[in-house]
Design a protein around this ligand. Structure first.
Ligand code: ADP
Ligand code: ZN
Ligand code: ZN
Length: 723
């Protein structure tokens, strides 16, 4: 009898030993079903231990080995093991989270693989005469003697009874036929004639194929990054290599999918959270067998078990959605880089507004830097105009100058986009008599007024309630919306422009399945139109008829405590502005603000993101912030504020004498209370990554021993992006 060490999806940072029957063959990376307390859990075999009859006699036995081949191949195991170490997250949870739900539940892989029917040895030896009284069975037997039949074809042609008869007699059997790797495309649609910069980028990617290399494509909006992706992968597909493209939003997958399918005659698959469990498993199997040539997916696509991965592309590599913000808080860009290192293949990061981390790596020559400073078809980049809102009479939050320009563009038959990063009708309801505001009783936040759904909704904890008739302070019935959200902007525009079609794009308007695609195709219909939306509008869309972008209000974002806020605002403004003038007509951007002199706005507008980002990097260097130091953050949540504070304080004491570290906190989180719980954080900075991680290990080992650690809900975030 042998023992195996199994990783289980439990919050304990250890492996568990089990006995295994000698006739069971469990390889590393296979799933097993094991008894755990009173439960049965699906785990992953992580190590095979030599026979040790003394300890083995005290161990429980594995109930079932679920796979004959590892579901996590060795290179993926290596990546996940690295990730568990780096993010200090329990290995078993990391391994299991990398599997599709149906496999996590312990379902057998073979039951999802395509089936075929064939004759058994006895079937092949059979004398045809024995079946002459059963013509259906005879016909099936004759067909199977020629070749295997897929299950569906067989049922259709010969029916289930005949098949069952042959099966019962032991003459035929059902076997799994794993999919086979894709066939390299016979023909590839010709691409656009590349600009010199694009051609250099494609050449650099081609040169990097077959080895680990990191490339940053820093291409302004509309510079033709997608064309670079398309032409870079042609050679890989011809060589039978698979390509993974990671995109930030589900909403972008259908458009991108269509573009890749039109170019290459190979299977292109999607991977994202809106797929059903069955569809996800299908994609997983196709990636694993090599049948999928290209997978376009959101961040967790990075864990697909590719058969022969040749290149990973991360589009919009600066996007915050690449970081998982709860549980196993990994960064998809950073793990994708590690994955490519393990698989010896290149990774191409693309963005008009690269993260300061990637930019730093490019400028310090760790990454190959591929700039595309101009728009592909020669259009000018949109020009910014600041609209000073001070001492102006506004109509529904819009300045006179803004309205004049909107009218002018619509009159030319062009489209105008209005960006406002607040969904709902208004950020709060306010009492006209005493100034009382509708607040969430569970969070330190106001509740957003949603007029269409007639609710007050907290955007932090999701709680919703009916609209009050009276003020909670003085009882007055004079409650009015305070401030403006996209729902209100849409309604106001309808009054101002009654004859113009309006499309609103935000999380509320696109909740229904298919609604986003309908809205996008509406926009792509030609003709004058107003488009209202949140940051959903900023991401990667190509709307050729938008000639004017109005940034209605970003003032709230100018004064934030998060050191990443300026970077994120710079990215957002540049991306939103980048939707303007992508067609033949030029593009203009109006930025409404009460702070036209603000240095950040001035810098972005006058110098552009590229220059702004380089200055921002210098500031990070001077203030010793990431990427010039490494950062990790513990956060604690509890019903009592003091509990969080004292728990984090005790944690801080462990690290207090470590000279390699700077400790900030405990401090209250920016949103101090959420869903009824107080939230505090402790930030650890160090220029020395190994020293930081060593300290995290020490802290984790200690805190798990403290009984009161169970009274707070704590988390560790390595390289946090949201402070
Ligand atoms: P990005 O992703 O960099 O914002 P896209 O890849 O969406 O830009 O390209 C913007 C537009 O430029 C698209 O309409 C695309 O067809 C066009 N384009 C890209 N490359 C070229 C080229 N070499 N010549 C002409 N047009 C191009
Ligand atoms: Zn009141
Ligand atoms: Zn709330």
């Amino acid at each position: 009898m042998t023992t195996v060490r199994v990783a289980l999806p439990v919050p304990l940072r250890q492996l568990f030993d089990y006995k295994i029957e000698p006739n069971h063959n469990a390889q590393i990376g296979c799933r097993v079903l094991v008894p755990f307390g009173s439960r049965k859990l699906v785990g992953i075999v992580w190590q095979l231990a030599p026979e040790d009859s003394f300890t083995a006699s005290r161990l429980k036995t594995i109930l079932q080995v679920l796979d004959s081949q590892p579901v996590l191949p060795p290179q993926l195991c290596q990546l996940l093991s690295f990730a568990a170490d780096y993010y200090h997250y329990p290995l078993g949870e990391v391994l299991i989270s990398a599997l599709p739900a149906l496999l996590r539940e312990g379902r057998e892989l073979t039951s999802f693989q395509p089936k075929a029917w064939q004759l058994t040895e006895a079937g092949r030896q059979l004398d045809a005469a024995t079946l002459k009284r059963a013509p259906k069975q005879l016909a099936l037997w004759q067909a199977l003697a020629q070749h295997r039949l897929s299950e569906s074809l067989m049922l259709q042609q010969f029916g289930r009874p005949a098949a069952k008869q042959l099966l019962d007699k032991g003459l035929a059997e059902e076997v799994c036929v794993p999919a086979t790797p894709f066939t390299p495309p016979e023909a590839t649609a010709t691409g656009l004639k590349l600009t010199a910069d694009q051609a250099m980028a494609v050449a650099a990617v081609n040169q990097a194929c077959g080895r680990f290399e990191r490339l940053l494509l820093e291409g302004v909006t509309g510079s033709g990054k997608t064309e670079v992706y398309l032409q870079s992968i042609a050679g890989l597909l011809n060589a039978g290599k698979q390509v993974l493209l990671i995109v930030p939003e589900i909403g972008l997958t259908p458009q991108t999918l269509a573009r890749f399918q039109a170019r290459f005659d190979v299977p292109v698959l999607c991977w994202h959270s809106a797929l059903s469990d069955g569809e996800r498993l299908h994609c997983w199997l196709q990636a694993s067998s090599g049948a999928a040539a290209i997978v376009i997916g959101t961040r967790s696509a990075l864990f697909l078990p590719f058969y022969q991965l040749g290149l990973v592309i991360i589009d919009e590599e600066h996007d915050q959605s690449l970081k998982q913000q709860d549980g196993f808080r990994y960064h998809a860009r950073d793990l994708a880089i590690k994955r490519c290192a393990i698989q010896h293949c290149p990774i191409l990061l693309g963005s008009a507004t690269p993260s300061l981390e990637s930019l730093h790596n490019a400028l310090s020559k760790k990454f190959i830097h591929l700039p595309l400073p101009d728009r592909a078809a020669g259009q000018a980049l949109p020009s910014f105009t600041l609209v000073d809102l001070k001492q102006q009479v506004l109509q529904f939050g819009l300045a006179g100058q803004t309205l004049t320009q909107i009218r002018a563009e619509l009159a030319k038959g062009l489209q105008v986009m209005l960006f406002l990063n607040r969904r709902g009708f208004a950020p709060a309801l306010s009492c006209q008599e005493c100034g009382w505001l509708t607040e969430c009783h569970r969070c330190s936040a106001f509740t957003t007024y949603h007029k269409q759904s007639r609710q007050l909704v907290c955007h932090h904890c999701g709680a919703s309630k009916a609209i009050p008739r009276q003020c909670g302070g003085c009882g007055s019935t004079q409650l009015k919306p305070l401030g403006q959200g996209t729902e209100q902007l849409e309604e106001s525009l309808q009054q101002l422009f009654p004859d113009t079609a309006i499309t609103r794009l935000d999380r509320d308007s696109t909740r229904r399945k298919g609604a986003l695609n309908e809205a996008l195709s509406d926009i792509h219909q030609h003709g004058a139109r107003l488009i209202v939306g949140t940051q959903m509008l900023a991401k990667g869309h190509h709307f050729p008829n938008v000639s004017l972008v109005v940034i209605v209000d970003v003032d709230g974002a100018l004064y934030s405590s998060d050191f990443r806020a300026p970077e994120q605002l710079g990215q957002l403004l540049t991306q939103v502005a980048g939707r303007a003038g992508r067609g033949s007509s030029g593009g203009k951007v109006l930025l409404q603000t009460h702070y036209p002199q603000h240095s950040l706005l001035q810098d972005i507008i006058q110098n552009g993101y590229a220059a702004f980002a380089r200055t921002a990097l210098q500031e990070r260097e001077m203030t010793r912030l990431p990427p010039y130091q490494f950062l990790a953050m513990f956060s604690a949540e509890a019903h009592q504020s003091e509990l969080c504070q004292s728990w984090l304080q005790q944690l801080a004491t462990i690290a207090a004498d470590n000279t390699a570290l700077q400790i900030l906190g405990p401090i209250p989180a920016p949103l101090e209370r959420r869903a009824g719980k107080y939230r505090w954080q402790l930030q650890l900075y160090s220029p020395n990554r190994p020293a930081l991680h060593q300290m995290l290990d020490i802290m984790l080992a200690q805190l798990t021993l403290w009984p009161h650690s169970r009274k707070v809900k704590w988390q560790l975030d390595v390289d946090p992006t949201d402070l």
